[in-house]
Design a protein around this ligand. Structure first.
Ligand code: GLA
Length: 358
């Protein structure tokens, strides 16, 4: 078990950025940079013990600075969309950066994915930890309050990557943090993810309007291509003539998790048959955005000379529902001074063989 630190490059204003490698007893390795608190790589064994990197990303800092896919980053202050880039809180109207048509997406033009975080190695009972902190200034991208954010990545010897998020503010504000990793369990760059089998622990999802803002309805998934309550191949229904799939050009929706708030509960499970790799996602959050990489171009130059294809990765972004600041009926994303935002998500890796051998 070890954490190694090496330089990752310099930003335009000459600030040095580092890359941290966390390696557990099984040889599973997570690479994280303090630019955007980004998960750059996650190398896990397949069913034959062969290691493979299952996270899409870039080799250089420069590509992360210029990139627009949110590969592996922490998205915030508000991950996902806020309609019209506006919300009201305690009778004050706030106007946010509009960086997705009229809407606000993933914290704006200079979201947490473009911030340089402070990093510190920590030892935890469960494994190796990297603590990243960031102070988001009052007024940044239009949000009220100085927000102090901490994200801790912990790699355990059970091949779990746990992410603990916390935040506090000196004024009432809204917060929604997530990790935006794109996974391909066959290995990053190994084709598309359409043959991965997905299960989402959700009976309902939040349908969206043409600009991907929830309509407010919590709709049953039953009888629709959104029903992943039983393991289903991602590509089986993705191109169906269904209004919600046509709007998003595939899956790019929030599912309402079947769970009690606050507890770390099973949210999703994905299996890739050739490698035998299985990913389980557990979270304390009420929702999960399943994004099937619909807006990825067809030849994105990724790590180690690999080309990433359209739908070459999927995201499972644990979160509060999109546009919650404008939806009093959705679980609240308001953070008041004196309270603490806390959220935990855990990605656990096994293989088909290791599961049946247990
Ligand atoms: C999220 C959004 C998508 C897309 C990606 C980044 O998952 O929901 O619509 O913007 O981020 O490309």
């Amino acid at each position: 078990m070890d954490i190694k630190k090496q330089p990752f490059g310099q930003t335009n204003d000459m600030t040095g950025v580092d890359l941290y490698k966390l390696i557990n007893l099984n040889g599973t390795e997570a690479r994280i940079t303090n630019y955007g608190a980004t998960l750059v790589a996650l190398t896990v064994a397949d069913r034959n013990g062969n290691p493979g990197d299952v996270i899409l990303g870039y080799d250089s800092l420069e590509e992360y600075v210029n990139g627009s896919n949110y590969f592996g980053c922490i998205a915030g202050r508000y991950a996902n969309r806020i309609a019209g880039g506006r919300f009201r809180l305690n009778d004050t109207a706030y106007i946010l950066a509009q960086n997705d048509g009229e809407n606000h997406l993933h914290g704006g033009v200079h979201g947490f994915d473009k911030a340089i975080w402070q990093a510190r190695k920590i030892e935890k009972d469960e494994g190796l930890g990297l603590e990243l902190t960031h102070l988001s200034q009052d007024g940044e991208e239009g949000y009220p309050g100085n927000l102090s954010v901490t994200v801790i990545y912990t790699l355990t010897d059970k091949d779990e990557l746990r992410i603990d998020y916390s935040a506090s503010s000196d004024r009432p504000t809204v917060v929604n943090l997530t990790n935006h990793a794109y996974f391909n369990l066959a290995g990053a760059g190994c084709g598309d993810i359409l043959d991965h089998e997905l299960m989402i622990n959700a009976d309902r999802f939040t349908p969206v309007d043409k600009s991907l803002i929830p309509t407010g309805e919590l709709r049953s998934v039953r009888g629709t291509p959104f029903d992943f309550t039983r393991p289903t191949v991602i590509g089986a229904r993705i191109d169906r003539d269904h209004d919600q799939l046509l709007i998003a050009q595939g899956y790019d929706h929030n599912w309402v998790l079947n769970k009690a708030l606050g507890r770390l509960c099973p949210a999703a499970r994905v299996m890739e048959r050739n490698s035998g790799r299985i990913l389980e996602v557990h979270t304390t959050q009420p929702g999960i955005q399943f994004y099937s990489g619909n807006f990825m171009g067809n030849r994105i130059a990724g790590k180690t000379g690999q080309l990433y294809h359209h739908r070459g990765g999927f995201c499972l972004e644990t979160q509060h529902f999109p546009d919650s600041p404008n939806r009093p009926d959705f679980p609240s994303t308001v953070l008041d001074p004196g309270s603490r935002y806390e959220h935990t998500t855990m990605y656990k890796f096994t293989t088909e063989l290791s599961v049946s051998a247990q």
